[in-house]
Design a protein around this ligand. Structure first.
Ligand code: ITT
Length: 190
């Protein structure tokens, strides 16, 4: 099945299409650069993912998967969480978001955190949501040049995600876990 990815983030698209390809199934994720805007104004990443999937489906009338993700830092009561994209302001860059997070953790001993991805499928009738979590620690400073977003400060087993190749990230990531669950349910239901 061709599935429109309800995301403007090319990095999410690269990861999800690679995971779909590597699992050798028949689903294909389509990226559309000029996707309509969806305002993410809900209280949870699940609700935001659902909103994105519904609005994109209503507009394009093709099966859709949306991805809403966030980085949740335990000592900051889950921040930046839902606000990961705009943590340092409306048009903040990844670097500005990272700088703000590192500054807020400068005195903090507990640097534990997790990434969460929620995927939401909608084709006008079937609704499926899956999620994936990856636990880790926030590094003291950025390391590595792969990946995107907060990857360079998120450590798992001693390496930041930006120090992993895309294949390595794709074997452990929150997005991989959520995508695998999604593929399993889609293959059963559709
Ligand atoms: P769409 O809403 O168009 O899908 P977005 O980039 O706005 O794309 P989110 O609202 O889910 O996506 O943004 C969450 C933030 O978390 C954003 O700053 C991302 O760069 C970051 N992020 C998401 N997944 C990540 C990952 O696997 N590794 C590092 N950072 C990630």
């Amino acid at each position: 099945m061709n599935i429109l990815l309800a995301t403007k983030n090319i990095n999410k698209h690269r990861e999800i299409s690679r995971i779909l390809k590597d699992t050798g199934n028949f689903h294909q994720a389509i990226y559309k650069e000029d996707l309509i805007d969806v305002v993410e104004d809900k209280n949870t990443i699940l609700e935001n993912a659902q909103k994105k999937a519904h609005e994109i489906y209503d507009h394009y009338q093709v099966p859709v998967i949306s991805d809403d993700s966030g980085l949740f830092v335990n000592s900051l009561d889950g921040m930046p969480g839902l606000h990961s994209k705009r943590y340092a302001g409306e048009n903040a860059t990844d670097l500005q978001n990272i700088d703000k997070l590192l500054a807020n953790l400068i005195e903090e001993k507990d640097r534990s955190a997790y990434f969460q991805t929620v995927l939401y499928f909608y084709d006008g009738k079937t609704e499926i949501s899956t999620d994936g979590i990856l636990e880790g620690l926030i590094a003291k400073k950025p390391r590595g040049s792969n990946g995107f977003g907060y990857d360079s400060i998120f450590e798992n087993k001693g390496k930041t995600l930006a120090e992993l190749s895309s294949e390595e990230k794709n074997t452990i990531s929150h997005r991989k876990i959520a995508t695998n669950k999604m593929i399993g349910i889609l293959n059963e239901k559709i």
